[in-house]
Design a protein around this ligand. Structure first.
Ligand code: PMP
Length: 382
């Protein structure tokens, strides 16, 4: 830990992956990177390297099966849910969900607009049918989430959609939304498998891989069987969850690399970390450390999100002046901390603390933040 008056710890290039605070694609466990490197030349249990193996091979089938089994185990997922590995990122789910559940419906879908990504989901849903935005945080600059009394759900909704963790603004729901009358759909792209989750209140959950799960290129969809039956019959096969479920996620050429790494990460979570309860303890500790650095900075660092709605995954904050932010980012980068610039739509600083970011890395970042504040505290008006 470095909280003394000496400069920030200088981090060597070989440790760069360790100090990756990027919003995504982000940090992956060191052991997974090493195993992936070996598999590129020769995959375990196969004679070929990972990138040359057929998606129709029994070997790849076993990889998809293990990835699914790991996710089922981590979530205690009941048998009436399918686990699908799809392409098109979180963004395609913004369309596939309403194509499946809203196309041709007179009943509106309920959406909650809590930030950049839920707003994008709403734009796509409106192409497919009526949307009722239950709550919109844009007038308040997406700094907080709705309180329970502000959400008047109606039982006639086709479904309810929300984003559990707004990656850009650093807002995270710490409770379940909606009620039993309406199908719940949730975009968990940036907090999936970061904490324990009871999947049973959800009709559909989706999460792209490039935060907590692996590289870009694959999106996990968990969908309850009865939702599959509601899909219109004339959807293009690639946009039809039923077709992907029927083919066990290998309808067309699947992203072998991305699914392989996702399998390794879920194996790591299951066997090395020891499950989601333990992951949650680690993640809470990391977030508490950075929020404490913000809260004890006498207003030098300013958190974006209302304290009760703070994300454990994305810590978003600003400094007293844009010039200080630029200096912070430049010095952080040269001290070896990567990916700290805020999202292009918001600016400021964002430290993403996904599962693979170690407490040690967060500790070092806190040390840097304190060092920087002490040096620049009297320059608030630069
Ligand atoms: N939802 C959330 C919560 C996200 O953070 C993102 C992207 N970071 C998306 C959806 C869009 O995902 P993709 O870029 O994979 O389409």
């Amino acid at each position: 830990m470095n909280r003394g008056t000496a400069g920030p710890r200088v981090i060597t290039l070989s440790r760069a992956n360790h100090y990756n605070f990027s919003g995504g694609p982000g940090a992956l466990p060191e052991s997974v990177l090493e195993e992936t490197q070996r598999a590129l030349l020769q995959a375990p249990g196969h004679t070929l390297g990972l990138l040359g193996i057929s998606h129709r091979s029994p070997w790849f089938r076993s990889i998809v099966d293990e990835a699914e089994a790991n996710i089922r185990h981590l979530l205690h997922l009941p048998r009436n849910y399918r686990v699908l590995f799809l392409q098109g990122g979180g963004s395609l789910q913004f369309s596939m969900v309403p194509m499946t559940l809203l196309r041709g419906s007179r009943r509106p879908a309920e959406y909650i607009e809590t930030g950049y990504w839920s707003q994008k989901a709403i734009v796509e849903a409106r192409r497919e049918g009526p949307v009722r935005v239950l709550w919109n945080g844009s007038a308040e600059g997406y700094r907080r989430l709705p309180r329970p009394a502000e959400l008047l759900h109606r039982p006639d909704a086709a479904y309810l959609h929300y984003v559990s963790n707004e990656t850009v603004e650093g807002l995270q729901f710490h409770r379940l939304l909606g009620n039993q009358d309406v199908l719940r759909v949730c975009d968990m792209s940036s907090d999936f498998l970061s904490r324990p989750l009871d999947p049973t209140p959800f009709a559909l959950i989706y999460a792209h891989a490039q935060k907590n799960l692996g590289p870009a290129g694959v999106t996990v969809v968990i969908v309850r069987d009865d939702v599959l039956q509601r899909a219109p019959r004339d959807l293009p096969a690639m946009l039809d969850y039923r077709e992907h479920a029927r083919m066990g996620s290998i309808y067309n050429t699947a992203p072998v690399f991305a699914i392989y790494v996702t399998m390794l990460v879920t194996r790591w979570l299951r066997h090395e970390v020891g499950g989601l309860e333990l992951m949650d303890v680690i993640n809470r500790g990391k977030a508490a450390e950075l929020y404490d650095a913000i809260d004890s900075s006498d207003g030098f660092y300013r958190g974006h999100a209302a304290p009760g709605d703070r994300s454990l995954m994305n810590v978003v904050f600003s400094l007293p002046a844009p010039e200080l932010e630029a200096l912070f980012l430049a010095q952080a980068e040269s001290a070896g901390f990567h990916g700290l610039a805020g999202h292009r739509s918001l600016g400021g600083i964002r430290a993403s603390l996904y599962n693979a970011v170690s407490p040690d890395a967060v500790d070092a970042l806190r040390g840097f933040m304190e060092f920087f504040r002490r040096r620049h505290e009297n320059q608030r008006e630069v």
